[in-house]
Design a protein around this ligand. Structure first.
Ligand code: SER
Length: 647
């Protein structure tokens, strides 16, 4: 069985239990400004867990693409990946503990064929002061299942004393409570949470033996991080909501199950390394060929893993619309690609290679995630652009970093390459300005410089030193952004290259187009970019499909009608909140400051557009001419571009 087959088997199994299959949501959450990425299967399901009716009923199953930024620096061991697929099955106020636990056990032991004797589980020990009881029900269900499978089934209350021949272990809320913000006390009011029961695969006691603390007598247990156990699935009983008064039961009891597809595959293979499952075969072979080194050799393994993980993640992120950039989601894509290039450099890969790896990713998922092949050109060109850009400065950057970090002889003041600092040599002081320059000039993001510095001989950095540097770095960044913003505002007032009469007309036409697109395609459409010359307008907006001929005509008609009606334009200054409440569209955010200008085209019952904008605009639309869309194209996944003229 390969990983693609495993995913299908899971979805089929739950279809057999009355579930409807839905496809994965995007890695970039829609309509959720609180988070940059989809990092669990649960995120897109929140409204339904809260009680909204799902159009497909009360039993849903899916495999959700997930990306976790907090794992970037963890990647390199045998199990952490930033991108992964989470298998999910959902009971929206329907079945509960009994069915969930027995079905998942049936799936892994009967369908996947895992040996029940190598499966261990954990359950919630309860939290008295929050009135959340110990999950004895789940423990009992598990016990019966293990008994029926003919293996031991002892319940253990104190995992810190080790395995104690146990099978089922109680843990506190740091391990067996699930919410998007972790422990109950960290959750904001209004958030969902619940006790969970987690399932672990035992790769064998030998694996834990390398851990030094085990030699010193520290005991091993399912949540120990020695490498022996790997979590493969988590059954969350989502039945609580945090309120001002504490935890209250939701009107419906939900099940949120999340299983790590790649990890279940690793358990099935009984190979404790997720990077050895078939998904990564082709990438691994390519890296071996390009570097001339073998994955199994210890000194390159971390680099191989980082590169494979990061480029798989970047491929999916670009496909979902996060092209490498300096901000928001794109900043993470940039970090991933650059980190992959740095690690490739360490194992001797000096030519461009990202495209070749991305190609294997696209091919692997060709039937499951067809969007990858649809966006192939964008993915490959964005990766190449980023890789080439970074490669230009990588070697110089590394050299500068090493030179700056040399130690200094306190007597002669001479700088030396890393000698023993305990001999009285002083390490050069590291300051935020230097790190910011590494970013500005050499493309080393903060984390990259820190990571490289930590690896220099005789150089270590304390956590609080890193935090201070990060604050300093952010201050530099802010100063810089303010300066460049001022520059940009002067150069491109409202996105215009010159402010001749024609450009002003195009600017007003752009507002009408923005409104028209929302009218015809729906309110999801948002401006992603605008560029105006005296010859044409160019407008980028969020939308994934090509516009049909009919939609194009509707958009043109909307704009031309507004022009023919000779609507007056006017503006008012107001605070952002008021603008929003009046339904003004446009780019909201602090870059406009507190007070913004809201331009309205039309008045009374005939308002064709209301948008936050710095102007300028024509006084009335009558003289704009005839609006015609000349061209539409795709800029990247989920973003389309229209070029239009006024005749
Ligand atoms: N929400 C849980 C998790 O992310 C299970 O899906 O682990």
């Amino acid at each position: 069985m390969n990983t693609n087959e495993l995913r299908e088997k899971y979805l089929e199994f739950f279809k057999g239990k009355g579930h409807q299959r839905i496809s994965s949501a995007s890695l970039l959450p829609e309509n959720d400004p609180t988070t940059l990425f989809t990092s669990s299967g649960m995120q897109p399901m929140v409204p339904y867990l809260l009680g909204e009716k799902h159009p497909l009923g009360v039993r849903i199953t899916n495999s959700q693409k997930c990306f976790r930024t907090q794992d970037i620096e963890e990647v390199g061991d045998n199990r952490h990946t930033t991108f992964f697929e989470m298998l999910g099955n959902w009971s929206l106020g329907d079945y509960f503990k009994e069915e969930q636990i027995s079905w998942f056990f049936e799936f892994i032991t009967k369908v996947v064929g895992l040996d029940p004797d190598r499966i261990y589980v954990t359950v919630f020990q309860g939290k008295e002061n929050l009135n959340i009881p110990r999950d004895e029900k789940s423990a009992k269900i598990w016990q019966e299942l293990f008994v029926s499978a003919g293996v031991s089934s002892k319940i253990v209350g104190d995992p810190e004393f080790g395995m104690q021949n146990g099978r089922i272990f109680y843990y506190d809320e740091s391990k067996n409570w699930w919410s998007m913000c972790g422990k109950p006390e960290k959750m904001p009011v209004g958030q969902l949470g619940g006790p969970d029961t987690e399932v672990f695969w035992d790769f064998g006691e030998e694996l834990g033996l390398h851990k030094k603390s085990h030699w010193a007598g520290e005991s091993c247990h399912p949540n120990c991080d020695c490498g022996r156990f790997m979590e493969i699935g988590n059954n969350v009983f989502m039945e609580y909501i945090k309120t001002n008064l504490g935890f209250e039961l939701l009107p419906q009891k939900n099940v949120d199950f999340g299983g790590g597809l790649e990890r279940i595959m690793a358990a099935k293979n009984n190979v404790p390394d997720v990077f050895l499952i078939d998904i990564f075969d082709k990438m691994r072979q390519t890296l071996e060929r390009l570097s001339g080194k073998n994955y199994s050799s210890a000194e390159v393994q971390e680099s191989f893993r980082v590169i494979m993980d990061h480029l798989r993640a970047a491929t999916f992120l670009i496909s979902d619309g996060a092209c490498p950039s300096n901000k928001d989601q794109g900043y993470f894509t940039r970090r991933l690609v650059r980190r992959a290039v740095r690690f490739a450099n360490k194992i001797g890969i000096e030519g461009n290679f990202c495209g070749e790896l991305a190609d294997s990713v696209i091919n692997y998922y060709i039937t499951t995630y067809p969007e990858l092949s649809q966006n192939k050109d964008t993915i490959l060109s964005e990766l190449l652009k980023e890789e080439e850009k970074f490669r230009k400065t990588l070697q110089t950057g590394l050299k500068i970093l090493r030179t700056q970090m040399r130690v200094q002889d306190p007597k002669s003041g001479q700088k030396l390459d890393f000698v023993d600092v305990s001999d009285g040599y002083v390490p050069t002081k590291l300051d935020a300005k230097f790190l910011f320059n590494m970013y500005q000039t050499y493309g080393f993001d903060f984390e990259a410089s820190i990571e490289e510095i930590k690896q220099l001989p005789k150089r270590s950095l304390l956590q609080n030193e890193i935090e201070n540097l990060k604050n300093g770095f952010n201050e530099e960044l802010k100063k810089h952004q303010e300066l460049s913003r001022k520059g940009a505002e002067q150069k491109f007032k409202g996105g215009m290259a010159d402010d001749g009469e024609m450009s002003i007309k195009y600017h007003t036409a752009t507002h009408l187009l923005h409104s028209a697109l929302r009218e015809v395609l729906g309110d999801r459409v948002e401006q992603k970019g605008s560029n105006i010359t005296s010859e044409r307008l160019r407008f980028d907006f969020s939308h994934s499909e090509k516009l049909t001929e009919e939609e194009i005509q509707k958009v043109e008609r909307f704009v031309n009608k507004a022009i023919e009606s000779n609507l007056q334009t006017s503006f008012k200054e107001m605070v952002v909140e008021e603008a929003k409440s009046q339904g003004a569209i446009g780019l909201f955010g602090d870059r406009y400051g507190d007070k913004v200008k809201v331009y309205t085209i039309g008045d009374g019952s005939q308002i064709a557009s209301k948008e936050i904008c710095g102007g300028p605009h024509v006084e009335s639309t009558g003289g704009l001419g005839k609006f015609r869309i000349k061209k539409q194209e795709s800029v990247s996944a989920g973003v389309r571009r229209i070029k239009a003229i006024l005749e």
